[in-house]
Design a protein around this ligand. Structure first.
Ligand code: HEC
Length: 270
C-alpha cells in the first residue's frame, strides 16, 4: 500500500509541476481549455474527490476514505492543509460553505428506454445532472461505479450509435463540445462536456443538464451494467466573471472537483 501511495503522490507531483508551470496557459481545472476531445474514464480525474468510499472499495479502508470529499476536500479546507495552506481561514470557511451547498444539491440520474433489448438492438439512455459550479460539467457513460476501474461503455460491447445529444441549463441543445472534434465522422463519444453551466449557491440556483446517448446492444446475451459518471467543480468559476483564466482556490491540483456516479442500470440483452 505504501508503494501504491507513493506512486500516486509521484504522479500527482508530476501533474502539479505541469500545472504550476507559468508557460502552461491551461490546467486540468479548466477542462474546457484542454485539447482533449475524446472518450473518457473517471480514473483520469485523479485530483477530484469521490462522493462515496464505495467507488474505490478495493483500496485499503484508509486509502479509500482518503478519496472521499469529506476527507479529501472538506477536512483540508477546515484545517488549512495541503492545497489550502496558503488560504486565509475566512476564505476557507466561505469555500467550505459553498462546496457543501453545491454537493448537497448535486445529483445524477440514469434512465434507459428499455430494460431488455435484443442483441444488436437499440436503446436510448439519458443522463440528467444537477449542480456543479461551472463553467462546465463532465458526463461519462461507463459500465460500473468504480473510480479507478470503470470503462467507457464501448468496452463491454455497446456501440454508441450517434453523437450524444447535449441539452444545457437553458433547455437548449448545444454543440460546443462536438464542434471541437476534428473527426466529424466519429463524434459518438462516451465523454461529454456541457458548456454554460453556472450554479449560484448564494441564490440557491443549481444548473441542470441532460445528455442522451443512442446505444446499440452487444452481440452476446447477458446482463450489462450501465452507469453515468458526473464530474463537477465546487469552487468559484472566476473565469465567468473575469473572462480570463484564474486558478481555482488551492490551485489546479486542489481536491475541489468531484466524481459522482449515478445509479447503475442492469440492461438485459436477450
Ligand atoms: C491535477 C488535478 C486534476 C486532474 C488530474 C483532473 N482534474 Fe478536473 N478539476 C480539477 C480542479 C481543481 C477542478 C476545479 C474544481 C472546482 O471548480 O472547484 C476540476 C474541475 C473539473 C470539471 C468541472 C469544471 C469546472 O470548471 O468546475 C470537469 C468537467 C473536470 N474537472 C473533468 C476532468 C477530467 C475529465 C479529467 C481527466 C481527463 C480531470 N478533470 C482531471 C483538477 C483536476
Amino acid at each position: 500500500m505504501h508503494k501504491v501511495m507513493s506512486a500516486m503522490a509521484l504522479a500527482g507531483l508530476g501533474l502539479a509541476v505541469v500545472l504550476t508551470c507559468p508557460h502552461a496557459a491551461w490546467s486540468y481545472a479548466a477542462f474546457q481549455r484542454l485539447p482533449h476531445v475524446s472518450d473518457g474514464a473517471p480514473y483520469c480525474a485523479g485530483c477530484h474527490s469521490s462522493v462515496d468510499a464505495a467507488y474505490q472499495a478495493e483500496l485499503p479502508e484508509a486509502g479509500s476514505q482518503a478519496q472521499v470529499y469529506t476527507t479529501k476536500h472538506y477536512k483540508a479546507l477546515e484545517e488549512g492543509t495541503g492545497a489550502y495552506k496558503p488560504i486565509e481561514p475566512e476564505q476557507r470557511k466561505t469555500l467550505l460553505e459553498q462546496a457543501k451547498k453545491i454537493d448537497q444539491n448535486a445529483s445524477v440520474k440514469l434512465e434507459a428506454s428499455a430494460q431488455t433489448v435484443a442483441p444488436g438492438g437499440t436503446v436510448t439512455v439519458t443522463v440528467t445532472t444537477k449542480s456543479g459550479i461551472g463553467p462546465v460539467v463532465g458526463v461519462m457513460l461507463v459500465d460500473e461505479a468504480r473510480r479507478y476501474q470503470a470503462r467507457p461503455i464501448q468496452g463491454t460491447g455497446w456501440f454508441i450509435a450517434n453523437s450524444p445529444q447535449i441539452v444545457g441549463t437553458d433547455g437548449k441543445p448545444q454543440s460546443q463540445w462536438l464542434d471541437r472534434r476534428v473527426n466529424k465522422q466519429q463524434t459518438n463519444l462516451n465523454y461529454v462536456l456541457v458548456y454554460d453551466v453556472a450554479s449560484d449557491p448564494s441564490k440557491d440556483m443549481y444548473a441542470t443538464s441532460k445528455v442522451t446517448y443512442l446505444l446499440k446492444a452487444p452481440a452476446a446475451p447477458g446482463e450489462y451494467p450501465l452507469t453515468a459518471a458526473f464530474l463537477y467543480g465546487t469552487a468559484e468559476a472566476n473565469e465567468l466573471k473575469s473572462s480570463k483564466y484564474e486558478d481555482p482556490p488551492g490551485g489546479g491540483s486542489a481536491p475541489s472537483g468531484r466524481i459522482h456516479f449515478s445509479n447503475t442500470l442492469k440492461v438485459r440483452v436477450q
